[in-house]
Design a protein around this ligand. Structure first.
Ligand code: ADP
Ligand code: MG
Length: 563
């Protein structure tokens, strides 16, 4: 063995590690799930590379994860025969944080500590971010990673106490795994229970029972391995054999989240194409939902072999859905180019998208409360589909829920709105703005309120974009109250007395006309027009956008973006 080379952790890693070690999470068990899931990922990556390079499997073709307990040495070892890591990969993977959203995650976790939200909040957050490997420093004061990449002769040892630096050294052949990675945790005194067979078996079954690689356990040095999970693919079983807990465990494994799924979609399509899908809508939103770089999170499998999580199997506006598609209709050695252009995959994409949207519609009917939390978490993303996906626009408009001038704290659908429209009303009115409070205070609403006409209050940034396509719902057009002259003249005031304008005496009409001339004169080029309006009941004046052209809120957003 050569001398070890010292490396300093990237600043963000150091900060993260410090948080891991110094915060008190009630649920430290999560580190084991993170290590097992990395081991399984490594086995799946190897299986994929071996499709083109079968030699990588050598004499050891079956993927395996093994846990070795050593109470005497107070050690827990997690070993896999997966892809392993080269020296470069080791430095990259266990010295930096490449993922987006890290800073947001750390700020959130620090804030939750500051508010003493409690220990569970922390574990939840780790899960949501999937902070992974570094979580083992919650239970270990030293971690050694011995690894050899498939097909490479040289093995490496990474070692750290999680306090700011790590070392890397060459590892001689005899002390290294033949292929894959062996992670040794030198457990802290208070974490010695992780060498108890009973304890570890229970945690693994509960957290990682559906990992698609079999897991075995060796109780103490020299003992025989005992299988504790069989690595069978949950999605290939029929729905009737799978319990709610099975689905929830699987969801936690594939999503890295710790919550319950809000919706589970599991089906086997057998028509022109043969594929299975198991997809989940998470119970809570992930941190990087609005990160422009965030990709979809649906994994593609071909005949149970993991191929990629980059196949964009759902449209962007469903990027919060987690899960997988497994098809028998593609060759195992499907290339990236093929994935982009495959007509089979575009048919599958279409099929999966339809199923997810239909499942959301059903959920809205059968469990409206659950659906409302889905909408609160992901509605702003789903709304992107209203302008991106012309084909499914009316379906998405049907799924949408809104705050309105009459909804109070509730959310209403467009169907609710249409059902309660005035007899003489044929338009759905809305107002966009940057916050609910700001919209509610707008003088533009006064005339509508006075006549009891409901107005949708649209405060998400995305709202300004989809309304621009002037969608209609059940034949009713959507129209901004700020755009052009309001149609208020045709609605009776609540007292039913008369329509506006008609009861004004002749002198008043003349005064108004004279005032308009004066105002136009004064304001000249600052405005396009000055009009008397029925829309105000209390405020003397308000600014409105022209009948054609951008809506005022969109003008603001574009001005902010420097356009
Ligand atoms: P993630 O799994 O989300 O990428 P982790 O922090 O869990 O994040 O792991 C970081 C990286 O370390 C992985 O992406 C992988 O490249 C590498 N890694 C961790 N464990 C293993 C392992 N057992 N075999 C091979 N690579 C591993
Ligand atoms: Mg991981």
């Amino acid at each position: 063995t050569t001398t070890a080379e010292q490396h300093v952790f990237e600043a963000d890693v150091a900060r993260l590690l410090h948080m891991m070690v110094h915060s008190v999470y009630s649920d430290k068990d999560v580190f084991l799930r993170e290590l097992v899931s990395n081991a399984a990922d490594a086995c799946e990556k190897l299986r994929y590379e071996a499709i083109t390079t079968p030699g990588l499997l050598a004499e050891d073709p079956d993927p395996r994860i093994r846990l070795l307990l050593d109470a005497e040495q107070r050690q827990l070892i997690v070993e896999d025969n997966g892809i392993g890591m080269s020296r470069g990969e080791l430095v990259e993977a266990l010295g930096t944080i490449a993922r987006s959203g890290t800073r947001a995650f750390m700020e959130k976790i620090e804030a939750s500590k500051a508010q003493e939200e409690g220990a569970n909040g922390g574990a939840q957050l780790i899960g949501q971010f999937g902070v992974g490997f570094y979580s083992c420093f919650m239970v270990a004061d030293r971690v050694d990673v011995a690894t050899r990449r498939a097909g490479e002769a040289q093995a490496w040892m990474w070692s750290s106490d999680g306090k700011g630096s790590y070392s890397i050294s060459e590892l001689d052949a005899a002390s290294a795994p033949a292929r894959g990675t062996r992670i040794t945790l030198h457990l802290m005194e208070e974490a010695k229970d992780y060498t108890s067979r009973h304890q570890v078996e229970r945690i693994v079954k509960q957290q990682s029972g559906h990992v698609p690689v079999p897991i075995s356990l060796i109780e103490k040095p020299g003992a025989e391995p005992v299988n504790i999970t069989d690595g069978s693919a949950l999605w290939t079983r029929s729905k009737s054999e799978i319990s709610k807990e099975d689905y929830a465990d699987f969801y936690r494994g594939i999503s890295g989240q710790y919550d319950e799924p809000a919706l589970t979609v599991h089906f086997h399509a057998e028509g022109r194409h043969d594929y299975r899908t198991l997809a989940f809508v998470p119970g809570t939103p992930p941190f990087d939902l609005f990160d422009p770089d965030r990709k979809g999170r649906i994994k593609l499998y071909v005949k149970r072999v993991f191929i990629t999580d980059d196949a964009e199997l759902l449209p962007r506006y469903l990027r919060f859905v987690r899960g997988l598609v497994d098809t028998a209709d593609l060759p195992l050695n499907v290339s990236r180019e093929m994935i982009q252009e495959s007509p089979i995959l575009s048919a599958i994409r279409k099929g999966v998208t339809n199923r997810v949207l239909t499942a959301l519609e059903k959920l809205a009917e059968s469990e409206p409360e659950t659906y409302l939390t889905v909408w609160q978490n992901f509605g702003a993303v789903l709304k992107e589909g209203i302008y991106e996906d012309f084909e499914r626009r009316s379906q998405l408009l049907g799924l949408a829920r809104f705050r309105t001038t009459t909804s109070g704290e509730d959310l209403r659908s467009l169907a609710d709105y249409v059902k309660d429209m005035k007899p003489e009303q044929d338009t759905i009115y809305y107002l966009t703005g940057s916050s609910l409070e700001q919209i509610k205070a707008s003088p533009q609403l006064e005339g509508f309120r006075a006549r009891g006409i409901e107005v949708l209050l649209l405060s998400d940034q995305v709202d300004s974009f989809w309304v621009m396509n002037a969608p209609d719902f059940e034949g009713k057009t959507l129209k901004s109250v700020s755009q052009g002259a309001a149609d208020l003249a045709k609605f009776a005031k609540p007292d039913g007395a008369s329509k506006d304008g008609e009861d004004k005496p002749e002198e008043a009409k003349a005064d108004i006309a004279a005032f308009l001339v004066l105002a136009k004169e004064e304001l000249k080029d600052d405005v396009a027009d000055v009009r008397a309006s029925d829309r105000l009941t209390e405020s003397p004046v308000c600014l409105v956008a022209a009948e054609t052209g951008y809506d005022r809120q969109l003008e603001k957003i574009l001005a902010g973006a420097g356009q």
